[in-house]
Design a protein around this ligand. Structure first.
Ligand code: AP5
Ligand code: MG
Length: 213
């Protein structure tokens, strides 16, 4: 099963992708997580990506596409995957389709988690992310058992650098301009599925599993 998650920043793509990954036994591949891991390790890619991410801008397509295509060629991705945060532009979507077509494959579902902008800023200020494993929580909607400590790995929880309200507003603008057109793109491809992302996270997951079977 090959799935793409679509949705605004903070819509819950990462939260749902993790749940899908666990239920269906396919890897969760998040380009945002890959960049944040590179920033933490201070790699060349991390240094380049940080310049854009801190401003709420997209990292240039050429830094993203090969990275994902290489990741999809790894053994654990043979039976499928859930992509979170990629593709994010039409050229990225086209590059992905081309890379898949070359090996006789195609995507099965593009799931759009729909949340209006008004709900997003509030969600982001309460988000906490694990510095070690990337696990995502919310102080009100999805709290950890112990405050400030990741349930999954015991790592430290922090507010992401790009979750300041000004940067979130910029990310929302970038989303509407560059990423929202993918909804049309995947509608035309006949694989778009829409779920309401404003309900609680278990209810969102139920709607998704009703689609995936
Ligand atoms: P990325 O890490 O992908 O960030 P994003 O798309 O902005 O999305 P988020 O991770 O902020 O939100 P999410 O939808 O995963 O929501 P979450 O589940 O955490 O990308 C970051 C940056 O990297 C980009 O700005 C860009 O610079 C760069 N980048 C990455 N990929 C790129 C690409 N392909 N091309 C170019 N640049 C790229 O949920 C949010 C919060 O809400 C959490 O606290 C969660 O607990 C809570 N929550 C979730 N669901 C619910 C619910 N149903 N009810 C209540 N609370 C909920
Ligand atoms: Mg995410």
């Amino acid at each position: 099963m090959k799935i793409v998650m679509l949705g605004a920043p903070g819509a819950g793509k990462g939260t749902q992708a993790k749940m899908i990954s666990e239920k269906y036994g396919i890897p969760h591949i998040s380009t945002g997580d890959i960049f944040r891991a590179n920033i933490k390790e201070n790699t060349d890619l991390g240094k380049k990506a940080k310049e854009y991410m801190d401003k709420g801008l997209l990292v240039p397509d050429e830094l993203v596409v090969d990275l994902v295509v290489d990741r999809l060629a790894q053994d654990d991705a043979k039976t499928g995957y859930v992509l979170d945060g990629f593709p994010r532009t039409i050229p990225q979507a086209e590059a992905l389709d081309e890379a898949l077509a070359k090996i006789g494959e195609k995507l099965d579902y593009a799931i759009d988690v729909d949340v209006p902008d008004e709900n997003i800023i509030n969600r982001m200020s309460g988000r906490r992310a694990c510095v070690s494993c990337g696990g995502t929580y919310h102080i009100k909607y999805n709290p950890t058992k112990k405050e400030g400590i990741c349930d999954a790995c015991g790592g430290e929880l922090v507010l992401r650098d790009d979750d300041k309200p000004e940067t979130v507003k910029k990310r929302l603008n970038v989303y509407h301009e560059q990423t929202q057109p993918l909804i049309d793109y995947y509608t035309k491809a006949g694989i778009l599925k829409e779920v309401d992302g404003t309900v609680d996270l278990e209810a969102v997951f139920q709607a998704i599993t009703a689609i995936l079977g």
